[in-house]
Design a protein around this ligand. Sequence first.
Ligand SMILES: Cc1cc2nc3c(=O)[nH]c(=O)nc-3n(C[C@H](O)[C@H](O)[C@H](O)COP(=O)(O)O)c2cc1C
Length: 361
Amino acid sequence: MTDTLFSPYTLGALNLPNRMVMAPMTRNRNDENGIPKPMATTHYVQRATAGLLITEATQVSDKASGYMFTPGIYTEDQARGWQIVTDAVHEKGGRIFSQLWHTGRVSHTLLQPAGGDPIAPSAVKAETMVFTPNGFEPPTMPRALTTDEIPVIVEQFAHAARLAKSAGFDGVEVHGANGYLIEQFLKDGSNRRKDSYGGDIPNRMRFALEVVAATVEVWGPGRVGFRISPRGVFNDMHDSDPLALYSQLAAALNDIPLAYLHLIEPLPGHPTFKSQEGVEPVAAELRKIFKGTLMINGGYGRDTAEKAVAEKVSDLVAFGVPYLANPDLVERYRRNAPLNEPDQDTFYGGDEKGYNDYPLL
Ligand SMILES: Cc1cc2nc3c(=O)[nH]c(=O)nc-3n(C[C@H](O)[C@H](O)[C@H](O)COP(=O)(O)O)c2cc1C
């Protein structure tokens, strides 16, 4: 029988009722201590018919933030806040992973404890904007981590992974995409290190693999996903040879019992996600190399997602903006019903408007 978007899927220890995943989406609606508000519970519960929900990116330490009102999972209070969300999602029959995040150089002294400098693999500033108490500003020049500090950051991911477990999540996704700390180590546009974490591909992969391994150590097999964006340029990223880098990374990940590899590979003409010029799509090659579950994302709709699953391009498909605007996306795709229009003005920050008021069918 041909698999469809609506056939069940066994993801490690979890039974997903369908192949549709809600992609992680930052919405800047948490309190100043990085604790989700009651409206977050409503938001995720509304979308609990997804095969899997992935939360908005969530900071692993007090130095990991690059935007206002994004959540954390490094204090007991934050974990208690998330427990309310996970309990409610489970009550509705859903499954939810926490996306673990360190923004690295995509930050500002105004967002750092005691006005410290943001950290990065190298002192290379990103041409991008961050959301500070003074509005949008370019990031501050980051400070390059010393070799000795790197295990401390790896441990922060492990600590956050432990708190996510205590908060009742079903697993975690390590955010290795979109120009944040892990990708800053992976790509040579941002990694100019001369130690064992910079230079050739095995060295540039080292930090990512250490973080993933430490997280799997906490969670065990089949509970940790890893998100990558090989051709992504968001936050001023580029690499001299993404295919070589990510082929080696996918091969190395075969030795770690991941739940899935989450690949952002935007379909041609994606309205917001640009791809590095002159770099061909890598999905087909990574599919051949990576032996575990693949989740694909970037501009998918009902028909393109159906095709991707039927043709085994990917096992699962994650939807960002379609899920943002359609809490009952599974039902809409099942019935081939029309979708709500997303309201760009309410993507980041604000209240329940544009967050919890998208109508059901
Ligand atoms: C409002 C918004 C917030 C996002 N926040 C995150 C995030 O926190 N973590 C992440 O990995 N990607 C984030 N993304 C990227 C999405 O997960 C997804 O990769 C992107 O929207 C492309 O998928 P789509 O074409 O289905 O929307 C965000 C996208 C949007 C629109």
